[in-house]
Structures are given as structure tokens and as C-alpha cells.
Design a protein around this ligand. Structure first.
Ligand code: ACO
Length: 343
């Protein structure tokens, strides 16, 4: 059975920087930079322009990862696209990305399967687990795993929506998971979900139990209440469960691999809130220099946080071949996961 390793990383963030102060001055939100930094660590985030979709953000990240893997798009056997902000209700953004990568063009068109993964902040880790299994089973040699979000168009950028709107940003990260006979790669992945809390963090734009699934006005136009239009969150409950589940996922990973935190060189946590991550790191005894963070610059890019972190750490020289890294995430569902990789 081959091992599955990460052969390339890539990322892309849109150029427009939106500082905490800009949320106040440009969007008129009643907030302060100090409030946001104290509770979340976020200083700024990126917002994509009008006309840019989620698959558009994913494209440069995917190309970057494919190129760094020494491959071309036609070498891919499958695309896994993790997002909670797909371009449309359907089809999945993975299909849009496949076409944008040129896989459907010319005589050598390769109609690889494209699967969207709807596991929010845990979407990248769920996808990494699935890609690893596809590679280890021999079904695929190279799987592109993308996490991409265009949150900015779906945030209530008013004082009413400030609790959620101040957290999120746009961006995309990608990795290629490839087969190798070398003794390296994904050593294990552990995923979980607790559907009892499915409504604690959700965006219920429509309700399919109802006819019509979106209420209509007299002329047949859809009417969506603000409470359904925008994401709703019980922040304190999310915080509590995130801490518990992330610690649990990491401890399980260590136990099953018979390693300790001291064997792990770098920790890549989902970037939802710097305070959550610092609390988890303190509880486990992870030294600050081994915890990688970029939430200060990008906010929470949901499925994209971990692959963006990996790509940046590799570019800066912090993440090197031979290191043992742990990735941990938690999000809506609730869902969570951890993975340990020998880089
Ligand atoms: N600026 C100023 N005031 C604000 C802001 C803001 N951006 N947002 C909320 N407030 C106000 C609230 O309106 C409230 O005012 P009130 O007391 O007059 O009603 C007050 O601040 C306190 O609000 P809380 O929601 O109780 O604030 P809390 O201390 O819980 O912090 C936060 C909110 C930062 C969201 C925190 O609960 C948190 O980080 N939770 C984790 C949630 C998370 O990370 N979600 C990301 C998605 S899930 C994931 O990726 C893991």
C-alpha cells in the first residue's frame, strides 16, 4: 500500500485588505479594533471584489499547489473542494474549478471526479482524510484538495451582524496529496461530528421542509428574513466546544500514533480565534513558537485556513521536509478533525 504525502501547497488571498477600522469607517459597523483584537486576535482580513467567485479564488491556489508538486492539472485523478460558500447552491464549486483548470479542454481532456465537501471549518481535514484514503487504496495517484471561501458577500456587514461579520475573510488554500513509496506522509487522520449542535452555528437561507423553500412575495420573488439570510452563531458555546474537541482530537492522534506533543515540530490549528488556539496550546503545553498563526492578517477563512497556513509556512522556510506536523480543526456541525503528517 503506498503512503500519501503532501507533494505541493498553494494559496491565494484577494489583494483588498479590510482592517478592523475599515469595518467601522467603510461599513459603518459600531465596533472598535481593540474589541476585535482582544477577543479574536484578528487585525485585518481580505475581501474579494464583486464578480469574483469561490472557484475563482481557488484557481490560483490550485495552480500554485499543482506546480509546486511538479505536476500539471492533467496529472490529477480527483478534485476535493471544501467550502461553505460555494459559488451557487449547485453544482459544486469543484466542477467549476475543474473546467477553470482546463481539464475539460482539448484532445487530452481528463474528466476527473470533482467532489464538494460541506464540512465548514473542518472541511479541509475531512477532505485530507478522504484524499489520503483514495491515494492509499490505489484509486488515485494525485488528489487536489482545495479549501476556498468567499465569505464577504454573505456577511451582514452592519452593526446587527457585527459578531459574525468581524470574524471572517476571503481566501483559498490547496494541497496535492500524492502516492509515494517513501516512508513519509499522512500518518493518520481522525474526524468527528456532533449533530446535536447543528443549529448553534448555521446559515439557513432556505428551508426545504417548506413549500416554497424560500417564502415568496405576491410577484413570486423570494423573501429571506435576516435571521435566515445571515449566519447565526452562539459564540460562547462554539468557543467552549471548540476548545474541548480540539484538545480531544489532538490527544487521540498522539495516543493512536504513540507520540507526545514533544514529537510534533509544528502545530497548524484552524484559524477561528487566536484565543481558542492559545487556550488549546496552553492546556496541552505547546510552546508558542511551535504554533503557527496568521489569523491576524486573514481572519477566519474557514475551509481555507489550514492549507493557507501550510503554504505560507513552507514559503517562509518554517515548514521543512522531515518535520512532523499536526493539524487540528473544529467548526459548524459541530465537526472536528486532526491529522498528523511527516512532511
Ligand atoms: N464589536 C463590538 N461589540 C461587539 C462586536 C464587535 N465586533 N461583536 C459583538 N459585540 C457585542 C455584542 O453585541 C454584545 O453586546 P451586548 O452585551 O450589548 O449585547 C457584546 O459585544 C458581547 O457579545 P458576546 O457575543 O457575548 O461576545 P463574546 O465575548 O462571546 O465574544 C466572539 C464573541 C468573539 C464571537 C466569541 O464568542 C468567540 O470567539 N467565539 C468563538 C466563535 C468562533 O470562533 N466562531 C467562528 C466560526 S466557528 C469556527 O471556525 C470554529
Amino acid at each position: 500500500m503506498p503512503n500519501a504525502y503532501i507533494s505541493g501547497t498553494g494559496f491565494h488571498v484577494p489583494p483588498r485588505v479590510v482592517t478592523n477600522d475599515a469595518l467601522r469607517t467603510e461599513y459603518g459597523i459600531d465596533t472598535t479594533s481593540d474589541w476585535i483584537i482582544q477577543r479574536t486576535g484578528i487585525e485585518e482580513r481580505r475581501f474579494a471584489e464583486e464578480g469574483v467567485g469561490t472557484a475563482d479564488l481557488a484557481l490560483p491556489a490550485a495552480r500554485d499547489a499543482i506546480e509546486r508538486a511538479g505536476l500539471r492539472p492533467h496529472d490529477l485523478d480527483m478534485i476535493l473542494f471544501a467550502t461553505l460558500s460555494p459559488d451557487h447552491a449547485f453544482p459544486g464549486s469543484g466542477c467549476y474549478l475543474q473546467a477553470k483548470l482546463g481539464l475539460c479542454d482539448g484532445n487530452d481532456a481528463k474528466f476527473v471526479p470533482a467532489l464538494d465537501v460541506r464540512n465548514q471549518c473542518s472541511g479541509f481535514l475531512y477532505s485530507l482524510g478522504a484524499a489520503t484514503s483514495m491515494v492509499k487504496s490505489g484509486a488515485c495517484k494525485h488528489v487536489l484538495v482545495v479549501g476556498a471561501e468567499k465569505h464577504s458577500a454573505a456577511l451582514d456587514l452592519t452593526t446587527r451582524g457585527r459578531t459574525v461579520a468581524s470574524l471572517f475573510g476571503d481566501g483559498a488554500g490547496a494541497v496535492v496529496v500524492s502516492a509515494t513509496e517513501e516512508d513519509r506522509g499522512v500518518r493518520g487522520w481522525w474526524l468527528g461530528a456532533d449533530g446535536r449542535h447543528a443549529s448553534v452555528l448555521s446559515q439557513k437561507v432556505w428551508d426545504i421542509k417548506k413549500r416554497n423553500f424560500i417564502p415568496l412575495d405576491e410577484e413570486g420573488r423570494g423573501l429571506v428574513e435576516p435571521s435566515h439570510m445571515w449566519a447565526q452563531m452562539d459564540g460562547k458555546l462554539v468557543f467552549r466546544h471548540a476548545v474541548e474537541r480540539m484538545i480531544g482530537a489532538l490527544m487521540r492522534a498522539c495516543m493512536e500514533l504513540s507520540i507526545t506533543r514533544d514529537d510534533i515540530d509544528l502545530f497548524f490549528f484552524h484559524q477561528a480565534n487566536l484565543r481558542i488556539n492559545q487556550y488549546v496550546a496552553d492546556q496541552i503545553g505547546i510552546p508558542p513558537e511551535r504554533l503557527v498563526s496568521n489569523i491576524q492578517r486573514y481572519g477566519n477563512t474557514t475551509a481555507a485556513t489550514i492549507p493557507i497556513l501550510l503554504a505560507e509556512a513552507e514559503r517562509s522556510g518554517k515548514l521543512e521536509r522531515g518535520m512532523k506536523v499536526a493539524m487540528v480543526g473544529f467548526g459548524s456541525g459541530f465537526t472536528w478533525g486532526a491529522a498528523v503528517v511527516d512532511w
